[in-house]
Write a protein that binds this ligand. Structure first.
Ligand code: ATP
Length: 468
């Protein structure tokens, strides 16, 4: 069973060093979060799995890493300056501000809110008597467009710099490099370019922990295709992303696909689906897949004056703008989903209840913990030898913990999701046969709690054999 409330996860994240409130010693900064020592390991592993699966292991994919700050014309061409906005409504009574469509969505479901025009938002809030979440009154201002891009200034002389934007998505960094990738890598259609990086949106109502923040990370792919046959490719992406989430441990009973209604689609998209996860507060978007046609390349071609067409390598007379299928993952939402899904409270045979993070082995922040049974010297030295040999000879992340009773240390490793604990005891150092033979250690499995005695010389093999 996953977490049933977000509080369970937020509190474990704070207690165990996954995620801390941002700028905490200064009283925080609304809805900013910092990944702590274990959180950054988890997040890096998610990114690494994604990169290996969707980029490195595929012959049709390449990666890149574009700058966050881009020429402001990019955002005119992409349509973000004119239309990257959400409907903002003010509560006339308490002056709190909200996203009108989200208030309606919470009441009527996603499809109902997405199709509304800006001047229909306030009448709908009134008709459905949707109250202000802050003060409970129902007295809303008409909705107005609120552009979500963060604007800043580039240049050293105050007031004389050019206005530039913090990118609200990584996608445009890929489109503007399309020609560079074509010229340097000579790919054939269909092919894709992927990127992981930060994006910034001045969200009206951030919240639900790291689900909606103003600074977040995306893992995006722009997959360039011939217009003919693109529906089949769209479906392949839908399935491959669904399978990726499942293969890393998300139960498909808590995943669903939501196809966007025709009048809910962005102006550039002819088809969009979301993969949603059932978060403790309800269904929410985890991933989006959009058919963007040739909108982006044609806009950038128009605004930049550069020829962005692709020439068929088998027929040089065929020059055209490829269409784009865009699989777009929220990295932080994906990490949050793995945290929620892994969270388990279960009763042990002795009646104790333990909290255990049942991360897929590939995502666990710590792979193996070495736990000397006592702080006595021969044990510490042996344990340190084992730690060092694992670190030197494998890619495993290895924790070393000598503090507290062995039971408490197991509980701690369960709470951070460490799949294997290796206990070094007096048997290991040849001082107590009853604990085990000399030069053997105990391996404890996080999920089955099974303990096995293994020769130190066979430790690497034994660890490897527990991987799927
Ligand atoms: P939403 O409807 O939740 O605002 P969106 O449809 O605007 O999301 P996209 O523009 O499709 O989101 O962005 C792609 C992905 O980036 C989303 O599926 C989501 O996982 C992630 N994402 C978008 N906005 C945020 C945010 N403010 N905080 C964290 N992740 C985000």
């Amino acid at each position: 069973m996953p977490a049933t409330s977000l509080d369970q996860v937020v509190s474990l994240c704070k207690r165990r060093g996954f995620v801390f409130p941002g700028s905490e010693i200064y009283g925080g900064l609304a809805n900013t979060w910092d990944y702590g020592p274990l959180g950054v390991e988890l997040k890096n592993k998610v990114k690494q799995e994604w990169w290996n699966h969707f980029i490195r292991s595929r012959a049709d994919m390449v990666g890149q890493d574009a700058a966050i700050l881009m020429n402001p014309r990019v955002w005119e061409a992409s349509g973000h300056v004119s239309s990257f906005s959400d409907p903002l409504v003010d509560c006339k009574k308490c002056k709190a501000r909200f996203r009108g469509d989200k208030l309606i969505e919470e009441k009527l479901g996603a499809a109902g809110a997405g199709v509304l025009k800006i001047d229909q938002v306030q009448p709908m809030l009134a008709a459905k008597k949707i109250p202000c979440p802050n003060c409970g009154s129902c007295d809303w201002s008409p909705a107005k467009h609120f552009n979500l891009m963060f604007k800043t200034q580039q240049g050293v002389v105050e007031g004389e710099g050019a206005d530039i934007y913090m990118r609200p998505e990584t996608a445009q960094g890929i489109f503007v490099n399309f020609k560079n990738v074509l010229n340097t890598m000579r790919p054939r259609l269909p092919f894709g370019i992927g990127q992981i990086g930060k994006a910034f949106r001045n969200e009206i109502t951030p919240g639900n922990f790291t689900f909606r923040t103003r600074e977040f990370e995306q893992m995006e792919i722009e997959y360039f295709v011939e217009p003919k046959g693109k529906n089949a490719i769209f479906n392949e992406w839908k399935e491959s992303v669904w399978d990726w989430y499942r293969s890393l441990g998300i139960a498909d009973t808590r995943l669903r696909i939501r196809e966007h209604e025709k009048d809910e689609l962005s102006h550039y998209s002819s088809r969009t689906i979301d993969i949603e996860y059932e978060f403790p507060w309800g269904w929410g978007e985890l991933f989006g897949l959009a058919d963007r046609g040739d909108y982006d390349l044609s806009q950038h071609q128009k605004f930049s004056g550069e020829d962005l067409s692709y020439t068929d390598p088998d027929d040089a007379t065929r020059k055209f703008l490829p269409h784009v299928i865009e699989p777009s993952f929220g990295c932080d939402r994906t990490v949050l989903t793995f945290l929620i899904e892994a969270y388990t409270e279960e009763e042990l045979p002795n009646g104790d209840v333990r909290t255990v993070m049942k991360f897929d082995r590939r995502l666990a922040p710590v792979d193996v913990a070495i736990l000397p049974l006592s702080k006595k010297e021969p044990l510490l030295q042996k344990a340190e030898e084992i730690r060092k040999s694992l670190v030197d000879q494998t890619n495993l992340s290895v924790d070393f913990d000598v503090t507290g009773s062995i039971g408490k240390r197991y509980r701690r490793q369960d709470e951070i999701g460490t799949p294997l604990c290796i206990t070094v005891d007096f048997g290991t150092v040849g001082e107590d046969d009853a604990q085990g033979a000399k030069d053997t250690v105990t391996i404890r499995d996080r999920d089955t709690l099974k303990q096995e005695r293994v020769a130190i010389g066979k430790l690497r093999e034994a660890i490897a054999s527990t991987w799927k």
